[in-house]
Design a protein around this ligand. Structure first.
Ligand code: ATP
Ligand code: MG
Length: 203
Protein backbone atom coordinates (compact mmCIF):
# COMPACT_ATOMS: atom_id res chain seq x y z
CA UNK A 1 0.00 0.00 0.00
CA UNK A 2 1.43 3.40 -0.96
CA UNK A 3 1.52 6.39 1.37
CA UNK A 4 -1.36 8.06 -0.38
CA UNK A 5 -3.43 4.85 -0.31
CA UNK A 6 -2.78 4.55 3.43
CA UNK A 7 -3.90 8.17 3.90
CA UNK A 8 -7.00 7.49 1.82
CA UNK A 9 -7.82 4.41 3.92
CA UNK A 10 -7.32 6.29 7.20
CA UNK A 11 -9.58 9.08 6.01
CA UNK A 12 -12.26 6.62 4.93
CA UNK A 13 -12.23 4.92 8.35
CA UNK A 14 -12.36 8.25 10.20
CA UNK A 15 -15.31 9.37 8.09
CA UNK A 16 -17.09 6.07 8.71
CA UNK A 17 -16.69 6.56 12.47
CA UNK A 18 -17.90 10.15 12.23
CA UNK A 19 -20.93 9.09 10.19
CA UNK A 20 -21.84 6.41 12.76
CA UNK A 21 -21.68 9.05 15.52
CA UNK A 22 -23.81 11.55 13.58
CA UNK A 23 -26.35 8.85 12.67
CA UNK A 24 -26.60 7.79 16.33
CA UNK A 25 -27.17 11.40 17.40
CA UNK A 26 -29.83 11.90 14.74
CA UNK A 27 -31.51 8.71 15.93
CA UNK A 28 -31.47 9.93 19.54
CA UNK A 29 -33.01 13.37 18.72
CA UNK A 30 -36.59 12.25 18.36
CA UNK A 31 -38.41 15.15 19.97
CA UNK A 32 -40.14 17.50 17.55
CA UNK A 33 -40.82 20.98 18.92
CA UNK A 34 -39.81 24.62 18.65
CA UNK A 35 -36.56 25.64 20.31
CA UNK A 36 -35.55 28.57 22.49
CA UNK A 37 -32.21 30.03 21.43
CA UNK A 38 -30.12 32.54 23.38
CA UNK A 39 -27.32 34.34 21.54
CA UNK A 40 -25.15 36.13 24.02
CA UNK A 41 -21.55 37.17 24.69
CA UNK A 42 -19.41 40.20 23.91
CA UNK A 43 -18.48 39.42 20.33
CA UNK A 44 -20.17 40.57 17.12
CA UNK A 45 -22.71 38.23 15.59
CA UNK A 46 -25.73 37.92 17.89
CA UNK A 47 -28.37 39.98 16.11
CA UNK A 48 -27.06 39.12 12.66
CA UNK A 49 -27.37 35.42 13.52
CA UNK A 50 -30.94 35.99 14.69
CA UNK A 51 -31.75 37.69 11.39
CA UNK A 52 -30.14 34.77 9.58
CA UNK A 53 -32.76 32.56 11.24
CA UNK A 54 -35.47 35.01 10.16
CA UNK A 55 -34.30 34.48 6.59
CA UNK A 56 -34.31 30.71 7.02
CA UNK A 57 -37.82 30.73 8.45
CA UNK A 58 -39.09 32.98 5.66
CA UNK A 59 -37.63 30.53 3.16
CA UNK A 60 -40.15 27.99 4.45
CA UNK A 61 -43.00 30.51 4.45
CA UNK A 62 -43.06 30.53 8.26
CA UNK A 63 -44.72 33.31 10.19
CA UNK A 64 -42.15 35.53 11.89
CA UNK A 65 -42.36 38.23 14.53
CA UNK A 66 -39.41 40.49 15.42
CA UNK A 67 -39.30 42.82 18.40
CA UNK A 68 -36.20 44.93 19.00
CA UNK A 69 -35.76 46.15 22.55
CA UNK A 70 -33.33 48.92 21.72
CA UNK A 71 -33.99 51.82 19.42
CA UNK A 72 -30.92 52.13 17.23
CA UNK A 73 -29.46 55.57 16.61
CA UNK A 74 -29.57 54.80 12.94
CA UNK A 75 -31.61 52.60 10.66
CA UNK A 76 -30.29 49.08 10.16
CA UNK A 77 -30.28 47.11 6.95
CA UNK A 78 -32.49 44.45 8.52
CA UNK A 79 -35.07 47.06 9.52
CA UNK A 80 -35.09 48.63 6.04
CA UNK A 81 -35.32 45.24 4.35
CA UNK A 82 -38.03 43.79 6.58
CA UNK A 83 -40.17 46.93 6.53
CA UNK A 84 -39.87 47.43 2.76
CA UNK A 85 -39.66 43.91 1.39
CA UNK A 86 -41.24 41.63 3.98
CA UNK A 87 -44.62 43.05 4.98
CA UNK A 88 -45.53 39.54 6.18
CA UNK A 89 -43.04 39.92 9.06
CA UNK A 90 -44.37 41.66 12.16
CA UNK A 91 -41.52 44.02 12.91
CA UNK A 92 -41.55 46.24 16.00
CA UNK A 93 -38.96 48.43 17.57
CA UNK A 94 -38.94 50.04 20.96
CA UNK A 95 -40.24 53.49 20.05
CA UNK A 96 -38.65 56.66 21.31
CA UNK A 97 -37.76 55.08 24.63
CA UNK A 98 -34.61 53.24 25.54
CA UNK A 99 -31.33 54.17 23.92
CA UNK A 100 -27.92 54.29 25.53
CA UNK A 101 -28.34 58.07 25.57
CA UNK A 102 -31.63 58.68 27.33
CA UNK A 103 -30.39 58.16 30.89
CA UNK A 104 -34.02 58.37 31.89
CA UNK A 105 -34.84 55.29 33.94
CA UNK A 106 -38.59 55.77 34.30
CA UNK A 107 -38.91 56.63 30.59
CA UNK A 108 -36.89 53.52 29.74
CA UNK A 109 -39.05 51.32 31.93
CA UNK A 110 -42.21 52.65 30.30
CA UNK A 111 -40.72 51.97 26.86
CA UNK A 112 -39.65 48.47 27.90
CA UNK A 113 -43.15 47.71 29.16
CA UNK A 114 -44.77 49.06 26.01
CA UNK A 115 -42.50 46.90 23.89
CA UNK A 116 -43.04 43.81 26.07
CA UNK A 117 -46.78 44.34 25.62
CA UNK A 118 -46.18 43.74 21.90
CA UNK A 119 -43.83 40.78 22.36
CA UNK A 120 -45.81 38.99 25.07
CA UNK A 121 -48.88 38.15 22.91
CA UNK A 122 -46.61 36.78 20.16
CA UNK A 123 -45.29 34.26 22.70
CA UNK A 124 -48.77 32.93 23.23
CA UNK A 125 -49.87 32.97 19.60
CA UNK A 126 -49.29 29.57 17.95
CA UNK A 127 -49.55 31.10 14.48
CA UNK A 128 -46.00 32.48 14.94
CA UNK A 129 -43.35 29.92 13.98
CA UNK A 130 -40.43 32.16 14.98
CA UNK A 131 -40.25 35.11 17.36
CA UNK A 132 -37.05 37.15 17.64
CA UNK A 133 -36.59 39.26 20.76
CA UNK A 134 -33.52 41.26 19.85
CA UNK A 135 -31.54 42.83 22.73
CA UNK A 136 -34.08 41.59 25.28
CA UNK A 137 -31.37 40.65 27.78
CA UNK A 138 -30.72 44.32 28.64
CA UNK A 139 -34.28 44.71 29.83
CA UNK A 140 -33.62 41.95 32.36
CA UNK A 141 -30.12 43.14 33.25
CA UNK A 142 -31.44 46.61 34.12
CA UNK A 143 -34.55 45.21 35.80
CA UNK A 144 -36.75 47.09 33.36
CA UNK A 145 -38.85 43.95 32.95
CA UNK A 146 -39.66 41.28 35.50
CA UNK A 147 -37.31 38.37 34.72
CA UNK A 148 -39.69 35.72 36.10
CA UNK A 149 -42.52 36.96 33.92
CA UNK A 150 -40.34 37.09 30.81
CA UNK A 151 -38.83 33.65 31.40
CA UNK A 152 -42.21 32.13 32.10
CA UNK A 153 -43.59 33.57 28.85
CA UNK A 154 -40.59 32.18 26.95
CA UNK A 155 -40.92 28.72 28.49
CA UNK A 156 -44.69 28.49 28.13
CA UNK A 157 -44.88 29.57 24.49
CA UNK A 158 -46.70 27.30 22.00
CA UNK A 159 -44.94 23.99 21.39
CA UNK A 160 -44.39 24.59 17.68
CA UNK A 161 -42.92 28.05 18.19
CA UNK A 162 -39.21 28.86 18.25
CA UNK A 163 -37.87 31.95 19.94
CA UNK A 164 -34.52 33.70 19.65
CA UNK A 165 -33.28 36.08 22.33
CA UNK A 166 -30.16 38.18 21.81
CA UNK A 167 -28.02 40.46 23.93
CA UNK A 168 -25.11 40.37 26.33
CA UNK A 169 -25.60 38.87 29.76
CA UNK A 170 -29.14 37.87 30.59
CA UNK A 171 -28.41 35.87 33.72
CA UNK A 172 -28.25 32.20 34.61
CA UNK A 173 -32.02 31.74 35.01
CA UNK A 174 -32.52 32.79 31.39
CA UNK A 175 -29.71 30.51 30.21
CA UNK A 176 -31.25 27.65 32.17
CA UNK A 177 -34.61 28.20 30.51
CA UNK A 178 -33.31 28.16 26.95
CA UNK A 179 -32.62 25.05 24.85
CA UNK A 180 -29.66 26.39 22.91
CA UNK A 181 -27.24 28.95 24.33
CA UNK A 182 -24.36 30.31 22.28
CA UNK A 183 -21.83 32.76 23.58
CA UNK A 184 -20.15 34.80 20.86
CA UNK A 185 -16.59 35.52 21.94
CA UNK A 186 -14.98 38.89 21.24
CA UNK A 187 -11.59 38.03 19.82
CA UNK A 188 -11.13 41.31 17.96
CA UNK A 189 -13.41 43.93 16.45
CA UNK A 190 -12.61 46.30 13.60
CA UNK A 191 -14.00 49.26 15.51
CA UNK A 192 -11.18 49.06 18.04
CA UNK A 193 -8.69 49.39 15.19
CA UNK A 194 -10.42 52.64 14.22
CA UNK A 195 -12.50 51.23 11.38
CA UNK A 196 -15.94 52.82 11.09
CA UNK A 197 -19.10 50.74 11.48
CA UNK A 198 -20.09 49.58 8.02
CA UNK A 199 -23.51 49.50 6.36
CA UNK A 200 -24.48 45.94 5.51
CA UNK A 201 -22.01 44.50 8.02
CA UNK A 202 -22.49 46.30 11.31
CA UNK A 203 -25.95 47.82 10.75
P1 ATP B 1 -24.44 42.23 15.05
O1 ATP B 1 -25.73 43.02 14.99
O2 ATP B 1 -23.42 42.78 14.11
O3 ATP B 1 -24.65 40.76 14.93
P2 ATP B 1 -24.34 41.97 17.90
O4 ATP B 1 -25.81 41.88 17.90
O5 ATP B 1 -23.56 40.75 18.28
O6 ATP B 1 -23.81 42.51 16.50
P3 ATP B 1 -24.56 44.27 19.64
O7 ATP B 1 -23.97 44.38 20.99
O8 ATP B 1 -26.02 44.19 19.51
O9 ATP B 1 -23.81 43.08 18.90
O10 ATP B 1 -23.99 45.52 18.86
C1 ATP B 1 -24.35 45.85 17.58
C2 ATP B 1 -23.30 46.73 16.94
O11 ATP B 1 -22.15 46.87 17.74
C3 ATP B 1 -22.81 46.19 15.60
O12 ATP B 1 -22.54 47.30 14.78
C4 ATP B 1 -21.54 45.48 15.96
O13 ATP B 1 -20.59 45.43 14.90
C5 ATP B 1 -21.03 46.30 17.10
N1 ATP B 1 -20.31 45.44 18.05
C6 ATP B 1 -20.67 44.22 18.48
N2 ATP B 1 -19.74 43.70 19.30
C7 ATP B 1 -18.77 44.61 19.39
C8 ATP B 1 -17.49 44.67 20.07
N3 ATP B 1 -17.09 43.66 20.83
N4 ATP B 1 -16.74 45.79 19.93
C9 ATP B 1 -17.16 46.81 19.16
N5 ATP B 1 -18.33 46.82 18.49
C10 ATP B 1 -19.12 45.74 18.60
MG1 MG C 1 -27.37 42.93 18.70
Amino acid sequence: MSDSERKEERHRKAMQKQKAKVDANIERADEERGVAVLLTGNGKGKSSSAFGMVMRALGYGHKVGVVQFIKGQQLSGEEIYLRDQCPQVDFHQMGTGFTWNTQDRSGDIAAAERTWAIARPMLSDPSYDLVVLDELTYMLAYDYLDADEVISALVNRPESQSVVVTGRGGGSALQEAMDTVSEVKDVKHAFRAGIKARAGVDY
